[in-house]
Design a binder for this molecule. Structure first.
Ligand SMILES: Nc1ncnc2c1ncn2[C@@H]1O[C@H](COP(=O)(O)OP(=O)(O)OP(=O)(O)O)[C@@H](O)[C@H]1O
Length: 384
């Protein structure tokens, strides 16, 4: 007959259980209130939930029971779920913030290691959100900790495109973002009922963004992507004020008209003194299906050509240094379908031509040297 396990062995097993929302071990979060091991191998564990009526209590129950059951010598697991006191939640919040005072934006602290990209476009519908979610998913698949802030307050489509169906939950004053495809997501769409359009004005939008940046528990992000609304509106200015180190990523189509507006949107960087990470040309061409079937390459340039290059050159002239075109993404109906289904093509089919371009951009942006983001190096970036 095997002997009863030690309390340490049970605690070690509990340390393998992550809180489903905070994604950290429950032992580190102060959620394990008591562990008791009886001589007959019956283990009693008390776990404190962050809030009463926690929607994920079933997941926690299942995970804790499974982990403890695996410890040799355990004959039964008796789990009691209780709720943290206000003081305990306060303690947890301080711990989660890693000492950063409330209301401070972690990404704008000096020495922040998170690279922040604000994805901008001139016109709507050029694929800015599609590019954002695919880059985010590709970076996450590459092992980076990634967050997406859907700042496209009027056309918030990011949660659907990423398949983030969950709702944010609240621990004290902190908002826990749901995650999908390995990416943490927060969107104004998660805070409005149904499909209600948001008709907020500048100051309210600024406050909402401030809250998303300061009060959301993002954890240690390698990269934060912010999907801006099209154009050069209040939000772009707010972002520049809130996170001055955010670099701008301009998305355009090859079309002349789109390129002109994109250039205007990018030129905001001269006023806000932000860096431009580069230009992404989306919907660059459609690989001719007939020629592809015959093993030949023939690009149908549905929206013309050269928009990305023109924007990069225009912005380069304005800023006095070269701006790279980071990639030309072809049209692919599966990219749209992936967006509708919450399965970004870059990870669902990484070898598709559009995915290959997206993944190469993700690698380039995700692995730029840390700590230099947003700083002028006095160097001229090399083009493609
Ligand atoms: N490369 C592509 N191939 C095929 N469809 C695409 C591609 N890029 C984007 N789309 C589709 O085009 C539509 C517009 O894209 P998306 O919503 O990403 O644009 P947007 O610039 O973010 O628009 P808005 O800012 O107005 O919300 C979507 O239906 C999307 O699935």
């Amino acid at each position: 007959m095997s002997s009863a396990p030690s309390v340490e062995a049970v605690r070690a097993a509990l340390a393998t259980v992550n809180d489903p929302e905070i994604h950290k071990p429950i032992t580190e979060l102060g959620m394990v209130a008591a562990v008791d091991v009886a001589a007959d191998g019956v283990v009693s564990v008390t776990v404190l939930l962050t809030v009463a009526g926690c929607p994920l209590r079933d997941t926690i129950t299942r995970d804790v029971t499974a982990a403890v059951t695996k410890v040799p010598g355990v004959t039964d697991v008796r789990l009691t779920l209780d709720v943290m006191t206000a003081e305990q939640r306060e303690e947890l919040q301080t711990k989660l913030r890693g000492g950063v005072p409330a209301k401070e934006i972690p990404f704008s602290r000096p020495g922040s290691m998170t690279r922040v990209y604000a994805v901008a476009s001139g016109k709507g519908g050029v694929g800015k959100s599609s590019v954002t979610v695919n880059l985010a998913a590709a970076m996450a698949a590459d092992g980076l900790n990634v967050g997406v802030l859907d700042a496209d307050i009027y056309g918030h489509s990011i949660p659907r495109m990423l398949g983030a169906n969950g709702r944010p939950t609240q621990v004290q004053n902190m908002i826990m973002p749901p995650s999908a495809n390995g990416v943490k997501v927060i969107s104004i769409g998660m805070f409005v009922e149904g499909n209600t359009p948001v008709v907020w004005r500048g100051p309210m939008l600024h406050r909402a963004l401030q809250q998303f940046l300061a009060d959301v528990f993002w954890g240690d992000l390698d990269v934060l992507l912010m999907d801006l609304p099209p154009g050069t509106g209040d939000i772009a200015i707010s972002i520049a004020q809130l996170v001055p180190t955010a670099e701008i990523l301009v998305v355009t189509t090859p079309q002349q008209a789109a390129a002109e507006v994109a250039e205007r949107a990018g030129s905001i960087a001269t006023q806000t003194h932000q860096q431009i990470a580069g230009v992404v040309e989306n919907m660059s061409y459609l690989p001719c299906p007939h020629c592809t079937a015959e093993g030949k390459e023939h690009r149908l340039e549905i929206f013309g050509s050269g928009g990305g290059r023109r924007v990069a050159e225009g912005l380069g002239r304005l800023l006095g240094h070269d701006i790279p075109v980071l990639g030309e993404i072809p049209l692919d109906p599966r990219l749209r379908e992936g967006g509708d289904e919450g399965k970004p093509l870059a990870v669902a089919d990484p070898e598709a031509p559009a995915s290959q371009v997206l993944r190469s951009i993700a690698t380039r942006l995700g692995h730029r040297s840390r700590g230099l983001a947003g700083r002028s190096l006095g160097l001229t970036p090399v083009g493609r």
